[in-house]
Design a protein around this ligand. Structure first.
Ligand SMILES: C[S@@+](CC[C@H](N)C(=O)[O-])C[C@H]1O[C@@H](n2cnc3c(N)ncnc32)[C@H](O)[C@@H]1O
Length: 293
């Protein structure tokens, strides 16, 4: 089993400090504080550094809300390699449009380049399930893949389209699909449509556009079974990330092994972390597993 810790090394984002179940982050020009259930330890920077934040997300009720501590933009843009994303404070969410711990995966996807000599109709197809605002979809599009992006949230899909324009990829072949991931894959299996790569970044708990309940421990194994059915004979990779605290990356290994038992290839698993700028301490954020041929 190959196990790797992948750490964000992108200057556009920095984890400045964490502790007391909160994190102090720098997204481009904007410094903010959000809750972080995995930060069980004490902060290492003095309070004066935390007081420089422009906004803090307070979790004192179920939805939480942003409290602004100094004047500044409520919407801004940030670049990752050749991609550009809009970030935004939203009324009812601590998410601002990007999960920066995923950046090692975006870099890996950018490296899965398709030769520009490949005719349009032979370009491989990637399916991005639970794709949110499209960072991984745009990395694949930039690498020359045909992309199908599926997410249950209308604002997330609209945001992904906006990021496509900002990234100068307006003409890239990306299908944006607002649908429940399970229902979409079921339909693709019925129609006999196939994909050469699949990305999955499921939340622990979620809702489809028609309020369909998603619970990872119940719904991921059958979804992966369906995904196996729509993998093409020339499939190149599957990338799965899991944010659930009581899982293990070995669980990702076993699920991917089950999906690809008849295909050979290699499985790598591990964690995604942010390393704090000053203390170099790692904040663990996500588990992941990748099968590649
Ligand atoms: C963890 S986020 C994805 C993060 C993103 N891939 C990234 O790295 O930036 C989970 C996404 O799953 C979507 N979602 C939740 N339940 C869903 C369902 N049943 N079908 C499709 N998408 C769903 C949410 O709308 C959200 O955008």
């Amino acid at each position: 089993m190959h196990i790797q810790v992948l750490t964000n090394d992108w200057p556009g984002y920095q984890l400045l400090d964490s502790g007391n179940r909160r994190k102090l982050e720098q997204f481009g020009p904007v410094r903010l504080i959000r809750s972080e259930p995995k930060a069980w330890w004490k902060p290492s920077l003095p309070d004066s550094e935390w007081h420089l934040a422009a906004a803090v997300h307070e979790d004192d009720n179920r939805e939480g809300r942003w409290r602004f501590l100094r004047p500044g933009p409520k919407e801004w843009e940030i670049s990752f390699e050749q991609l550009r994303f809009q970030l935004r404070f939203m009324d009812n969410s601590k998410q601002i449009g990007l999960f920066p711990e995923q950046s090692p995966h975006w870099r890996w996807l950018l490296d899965q380049k398709i030769s520009s000599a490949t005719p349009e109709e032979n370009r491989p197809r990637v399916l991005n399930l639970f794709g949110y605002t499209g960072a991984a979809s745009l990395a694949c599009a930039r690498a020359g893949w045909h992309v199908t992006h599926v997410d249950a949230s209308k604002p997330a899909v609209a945001w992904g389209r906006r990021n496509q324009e900002l990234s100068d990829l307006a003409d890239a072949p990306i299908r944006w699909i607002l649908e429940d991931a399970g229902k979409f894959v079921q339909r693709e299996a019925r129609r006999g449509n196939q994909y050469d790569a699949i990305l999955l970044d499921p939340p622990a708990f979620g809702r489809g556009p028609n309020n369909e309940l998603w619970k990872i421990e119940r719904d991921l194994p059958p979804l992966l079974d369906l995904c196996r059915q729509i993998l093409s004979p020339r499939a190149r990779f599957i990338l799965l990330t899991v944010y659930t605290i009581d899982a293990s990356s070995i669980l990702c290994h076993n699920l991917l092994q089950q999906m690809t038992a008849d295909r050979g290839g290699k499985i790598t698993i591990g964690e995604l972390t942010h390393q704090e700028k000053t203390s170099r301490r790692h904040l663990p954020l996500s588990l992941w597993g990748r099968w590649e041929l």
